[in-house]
Design a binder for this molecule. Structure first.
Ligand SMILES: Nc1ncnc2c1ncn2[C@@H]1O[C@H](COP(=O)(O)OP(=O)(O)OP(=O)(O)O)[C@@H](O)[C@H]1O
Length: 321
């Protein structure tokens, strides 16, 4: 659905060249939900703007929905929907009318546009506000209307730039439900950017981690986390001797990468394992056989921030909105 090779975009600012996107190769298959994740200024929006024909690449190639973004921009636009950071609906229109107008702009007949608008209002739970003025919508409703506008011409590929920014947690959760349903029920390919690590983690099938204009990691949230130093298991024991013993037996388990006793309190043992959830039953059996009764056991799975930290030495949280 998307194939880019060496896609590059430089800007000129104050007599200097700003390399915003530096030769990225991206492949997205039909039906995927892929998120771009990266700090402010990483090049996410610039990449999306090139893929949606809003910005010409400086060099490189991009095929989107089967067409070249430079030589066939109109065909690309027909095959995609784009929901940018601002609101796309006009100020003084009713919700339903706005959608029908948008459909007519895409060359639909009046009846076809009305029927498609009705389907989208149902799908995005906007039917009850169809007659309301656009300015009277809540933030979440307005965002869903933006998405409906982007979908009016039945694109197979939808781009969403920061779809949930500015929404309260309830509206964000509701919006993500709709976005995921779109992929599941309609088979729409979805490419989005978000600052919210928890959202990227929860909804993305695949993440493209972007930093300084390049893609520095590509994989599912689980795959990326497994590339970090594994999961951490912390267990407390009653005495330093028990902790040493526990570290020894747990360190011998298959899948344990490291086992060490906390040098401060001397009774806490920290393990690095491939998968905490899989290691836990075996760990409990091993401790039981060795006659060790743990106090508490906690499993900590790396977060996407841990992933970014291990890739760049910097935290994404500082940037998170
Ligand atoms: N029109 C422009 N002129 C000059 N520099 C630009 C322009 N647009 C973007 N840039 C620069 O290109 C780089 C990438 O910006 P871009 O907006 O793509 O980042 P981003 O990852 O989308 O950031 P954010 O998360 O803040 O939206 C930044 O250094 C930015 O300052």
């Amino acid at each position: 659905m998307i194939h880019t090779r060496e896609l590059t975009r430089n800007f000129r600012a104050n007599g200097e060249t700003v390399p915003a996107v530096r030769g990225v190769d991206i492949d997205v298959d039909a039906g995927e939900l892929v998120s771009f994740l990266g700090p402010n200024g990483a090049g996410k929006s610039t990449t999306i703007r090139m893929l949606t024909t809003l910005l010409l690449p400086t060099s490189g190639r991009a095929l989107v929905a089967g067409h070249d973004v430079v030589t066939e921009p109109r065909a690309v636009r027909r095959g995609i929907g784009y929901v940018g950071q601002g609101n796309s609906a006009g100020e003084d229109q009713r919700v339903g009318e706005e959608l029908v107008t948008q459909g007519r702009c895409y060359g639909m007949s009046a009846s076809e546009a009305r029927s498609r608008a009705g389907d989208l209002l149902d799908m995005l739970e906007l039917s009850s506000v169809a007659k309301r003025n656009v300015t009277k919508l809540s933030g979440g409703q307005r965002r869903r209307l933006d998405i409906a506008m982007g979908l009016i011409h039945r694109p197979a590929l939808l781009f969403l730039d920061e779809p949930s920014t500015g929404l309260d947690p309830h509206s964000r959760a509701n919006l993500w439900e709709h976005i995921q349903r779109l992929r599941r029920d309609e088979g729409t390919t979805i490419v989005l950017t978000t600052h919210y690590l928890d959202e990227a983690d929860a909804v993305s099938q695949r993440l493209l981690v972007v930093d300084h204009g390049t893609v520095i990691a590509d994989g599912s949230p689980d795959e990326l986390k497994e590339r970090v130093d594994g999961d951490q298991i912390s267990l407390t024991t009653g005495t330093p001797d028990a902790a040493q013993h526990a570290a020894k037996v747990a360190g011998g388990m298959p899948g344990t990468r490291r086992a060490e006793v906390d040098s401060h309190d001397e009774t806490t043992v920290r393990l690095r394992v491939d998968r905490g959830d899989k290691a836990l039953p075996e760990l409990l059996r091993t401790l039981d056989t060795a006659g060790i009764e743990p106090g508490t056991i906690q499993v900590h799975r790396p977060t996407l921030d841990d992933v970014f930290l291990s890739l760049t030495g910097r935290s994404l949280r500082e940037n998170a909105a």
